[in-house]
Design a protein around this ligand. Structure first.
Ligand code: AMP
Ligand code: MG
Length: 416
């Protein structure tokens, strides 16, 4: 039975877990992977740090100029009015001026250039007049801001600049490079096996019979796993046959840290995942009170964790984002986020919903003329309507007790 056909009140099951309960159960049953590998900076994007990073040097490594301009000594400046100094040389980025400044001397400097030890003021070029070797500027410009970057003003030798469990993005790579680190230790990638189940499914590139459809969940899962930086073991399409499912799941369990199947987890006569799991694995929970995604199975098969996602493509995408992604993050050693970035937006559509389970509708979030956030639903929200997801840039999170939303009411949204 597909989950969009049962969204009436009778569908409410007091034994099903809330999303938060399901998430907690999942997180509590997973331990981060322990194996570590060293990767160069060019290889570590989106991986997770295995250990704290301690700064091996000061950044910046020397006092330098924050502007193109002129460096001088504060003690040579009058208290007010104009300063008149002699320009005696230059310090360019990568070509330091090697001497201390003497009385009434200034040097021309570029941004990032080393400052002589006794130069404590930089005046902007745009605020100075240079005539040959003479420099004139108003001292209030020098007094307002000195444009000197101190050694170690970004990071000091010995500082812990990143904690184990940090996901490495472009900014973290920049920090590591600025410290002169060529690479770092990261947690190894999780190995995730995926399979689709259903006699109606064919692989793209194969002609479907009149009663068949293309398998879109596996390409979607492959992409989601690619984005999550985990290793994907593609086990293809499995027929609605308990023996074939059992064999495929056991093969998956021998090679993967986590297994994701889609389809066959409900109570229809061709839904075998639940009974096969009872046979070869261990069930943790079976139902969540979330739409889309109600019949979602989580458990273990041998050493591998197992997610049986519903077959409806929208359910697969949404439950992956809500439940599988946090599981992969924990497995990959990522520290739990302190908060989830939810926004409040004014809803411009009428949203229909039954009370009794949390619901994620797909929406388009935009900024209104006055800077306010507005959200519109992306048309029909049945869980087989993939186009509702591909047009969306956010999920609208409707709490369990909501009975729908009228235009003008505020809703919580998660940008995608
Ligand atoms: P099931 O969960 O097996 O009852 O499937 C629910 C609905 O999702 C049915 O309409 C299936 O045809 C569809 N479905 C299941 N698996 C896939 C898949 N891999 N790709 C596209 N649609 C699927
Ligand atoms: Mg099926």
């Amino acid at each position: 039975m597909s989950d969009e056909t049962v969204d009436c009140q009778s569908d409410y099951d007091p034994n099903s877990l809330s999303l938060q309960q399901a998430r907690t159960r999942i997180i509590d049953s997973l331990a981060p992977l322990q194996q570590v590998q060293w990767l160069s900076l060019s290889e570590c994007l989106n991986r997770v740090l295995a250990q704290n990073v301690e700064a091996p040097r000061d950044v910046p490594p020397y006092r330098n100029s924050a502007m193109d301009g002129f460096a001088c000594r504060a003690c040579d400046l009058p208290e007010s009015g104009e300063a008149h100094l002699d320009i005696v040389g230059e310090s360019l980025a990568g070509h330091a001026y090697q001497k201390p400044l003497l009385a009434n001397q200034a040097i021309c400097v570029t941004t990032g250039a080393v400052l002589p030890d006794n130069a404590d003021v930089v005046v902007m070029q745009e605020r100075s007049i240079r005539t040959d070797t003479k420099l004139t500027f108003n001292v209030t410009d020098a007094q307002n801001k000195s444009f000197v970057r101190q050694r170690g003003s970004d990071t000091r030798l010995g500082d812990i600049v990143m904690l184990a469990g940090q996901r490495i993005g472009p900014a973290q790579i920049a920090v590591l490079a600025s410290l002169g680190l060529t690479g770092i230790n990261v947690i190894r990638r999780a190995r995730v096996a995926i399979l689709s189940t259903g006699d109606e499914l064919v692989e793209v590139g194969t002609a479907p019979a009149a009663d068949q459809i293309y398998d879109s969940n596996r390409p979607a899962l492959t992409a989601l796993l690619q984005k999550a930086q985990v290793e994907c073991i593609d086990l293809g399409i499995c027929a609605d046959n308990p023996d074939a499912i059992r064999e495929t799941l056991l093969k998956a369990a021998a090679n993967a840290d986590l297994i994701i199947s889609s389809g066959g987890v409900s109570v229809g006569q061709a839904d075998y995942l639940r009974s096969v799991l009872d046979d070869i694995g261990e069930l943790n929970f079976w139902k969540i009170s979330v739409k889309p995604g109600r019949p979602l199975t989580f458990g273990r098969i041998e050493k591998a964790h197992y997610f049986g996602l519903p077959g409806n493509p929208v359910s697969t995408l949404v439950t992956f984002q809500q439940l599988v992604e946090p599981a992969l993050n924990k497995l990959s050693g990522e520290r739990e986020k302190d908060f989830e970035l939810a926004l409040t937006a004014r809803c411009e559509s009428t949203l229909t919903k039954q009370a009794g389970r949390q619901e994620f509708q797909r929406g388009v979030l935009r900024e209104g003329d006055a800077g306010e956030l507005l959200v519109e639903v992306t048309g029909a929200q049945d869980s087989h309507i993939l186009s509702s997801v591909s047009r969306a840039n956010c999920l609208i999170d409707l709490p369990s007790d909501s009975r729908g939303v009228a235009p003008g009411e505020n809703v919580r949204v998660y940008p995608l």
